[in-house]
Unconditional design. Structure first.
Length: 505
């Protein structure tokens, strides 16, 4: 190629996924499951104990916690005092900087009035301990997000993961009349992990507080609002605010927990490299949750949208990727496996990508082009990752910027994009033998990817900047259109498609 454009893309040992060392022996897990509440009005059919049992295996296999490093609190053991004391005595005092601290909770979640003015919606999110008590439309003795954040905040320097199979918005519907959500619940097929207080149901269409809760979620706010100092924090939630976490009575598990356990055991490993990245796991539980909703009619009127915060956690995985799986142990080499570990959305929209002429090609071949066709309007980022770890941006570029201005990087539904086209005034020529991967990322048109992507020249991206570009692209590709889902409109879909190429001597 004239500028050695066909460098190549390869996997992300730059990811936090690869930089995490195996968990130390002192690493610990606190697993909490509640079905039997002191107040019988809060009881659920048995699922919490089964969920905790399933997560025990995950704690050892995925997070590297030894069996004697796992503490469980089930049903009446999981009082407000016991939960807060266990976080302190078991997780905080039982670990040191560099250790893994895992907190899992399966049970009711709810909300209460904000008492310190730190919530824009006027409500504190909360989990419901076993000794909570119902009082009208309120629940007493909750553990609020402020309290959880304070307790977890003592885990300075740890690798902290919180997995929360609960919701905290109560029952929410898009019905202006606020009729009962989860109509199928009466048939016993699925139950909600949120209190049903005097049939209190809120409407996202007419109640400002619900909309504000949703807006807070868009800013990445969770039950744990701030990471401990120098900590690596990941917070998984079964649903986004305004949605209700569900128990699938037939399986005896929370919908989210069942999918998380399946995915962590290997079902989420889309590229088959033996590493289940957080991005792959999020994609798996998200698609599985949507499939559950499709199969259970009105069981989840508001949808089920698992979340992972903060955005940087998308690039993580509890265990390091071994060097033989694609990359060195230093975390400085881009590899194709690691890129697809991060860009795990998959080709959901059915984007077509081809090389002209098709690979393999011989060194000396002139005018090599790439043609992409998207079924939907979108914003395209086309990258070339060579097997030597060099990352090059092919589209958008300086030529599209001059021609298309602010629209640079956009693609139209059904209209093929050829790179380079005649307007560029250059050609891609295969001058040197080598191999690599072309990566096409198509996100909804309104999505913005920063880092100077729209104005970048066709050139190699520096390694430090490459990590940021790929992570931001992955975040854009994995973002769910929560508001569209809750208003029952069709959400735009992101797609990631890869194409291997080879240049022969």
């Amino acid at each position: 190629m004239q500028r050695r454009i066909l460098a190549t893309l390869a996997g992300l040992m730059l990811l936090a996924a690869a930089s995490h060392a195996p968990a130390a022996a002192a690493s610990r897990a606190l697993l909490i499951g509640i079905d039997d509440y002191t107040d019988d009005r809060l009881d659920l059919p048995s699922a919490g104990a089964q969920d905790v049992a399933a997560m025990t295996e995950v704690a050892t296999s995925r997070f590297g916690v030894a069996p004697d490093g796992i503490k469980t609190l089930l049903d009446q053991q999981a009082t407000r005092r016991a939960i807060l004391e266990a976080i302190d005595s078991w997780l905080v005092q039982g670990t040191v900087a560099g250790d893994t601290a895992l907190l899992y909770f399966a049970g009711h979640g709810y909300f209460s009035l904000d008492e310190n003015g730190d919530e824009t919606d006027g409500l504190d999110e909360a989990i419901v301990p076993a000794d909570a008590e119902v009082s009208g439309i309120h629940v007493l003795r909750l553990i609020t997000d402020d309290e959880l954040t304070t307790a977890i905040g003592k885990l300075e320097g740890r690798k902290v993961t919180a997995i929360l199979d609960t919701g905290h918005s109560g029952r929410v519907t898009r019905d202006k009349l606020k009729t009962r959500a989860i109509a199928i619940e009466s048939k016993g097929a699925v139950l909600a992990r949120t209190p049903d207080l005097e049939q209190l149901t809120r409407s996202i269409l007419i109640e400002p507080a619900v909309k504000k809760q949703k807006a807070e979620a868009a800013k990445g706010e969770t039950l744990i609002e701030k990471a401990p100092k120098n900590a690596d924090l990941s917070v998984w939630s079964a649903v986004s605010p305004s949605q209700t976490a569900l128990v699938d009575v037939a399986s005896g598990h929370g919908v989210f927990t069942k999918l998380y356990v399946e995915g962590a055991a290997g079902a989420a490993d889309r590229n088959g490299n033996g590493i289940v990245s957080n991005a792959e796991l999020l994609a798996y539980v998200t698609e599985g949750s949507a499939a559950f909703c499709d199969a259970t009619a009105k069981a989840c009127e508001m949808g089920l949208t698992p979340t992972l915060e903060p955005d940087a956690a998308l690039a993580g995985a509890p265990k390091a990727a071994p060097a033989e799986a694609g990359g060195d142990d230093s975390g400085t080499t881009l590899t194709a496996d690691a890129v697809t570990d991060l860009l795990a959305t998959g080709n959901r929209a059915g984007v077509g990508l081809e090389q002209l002429p098709a690979s393999p090609i011989n060194a000396g071949t002139r005018n090599v082009r790439y043609r992409l066709t998207s079924p939907t309007d979108g914003r395209l980022l086309l990258l070339d990752l060579s097997d030597d770890g060099t990352l090059t941006q092919l589209f958008p570029n300086q030529f599209t910027q001059k021609r298309d201005g602010a629209a640079s990087g956009t693609v139209k539904a059904g209209v093929p994009v050829t790179i380079p086209d005649d307007y560029y005034g250059i050609s891609f020529d295969a001058t040197t033998p080598g191999s690599g991967t072309i990566v096409a990322i198509v996100v909804p048109p309104a999505t913005k990817i920063g880092g100077g992507v729209a104005t970048r020249q066709i050139a190699v991206i520096p390694k430090d900047e490459a990590k940021a570009v790929l992570l931001e692209a992955a975040q854009a590709a994995s973002k769910q259109e929560n508001a569209a889902s809750e208003l029952n409109t069709e959400a735009s879909r992101s797609s990631v498609v890869t194409l291997r190429y080879e240049i022969l001597p």
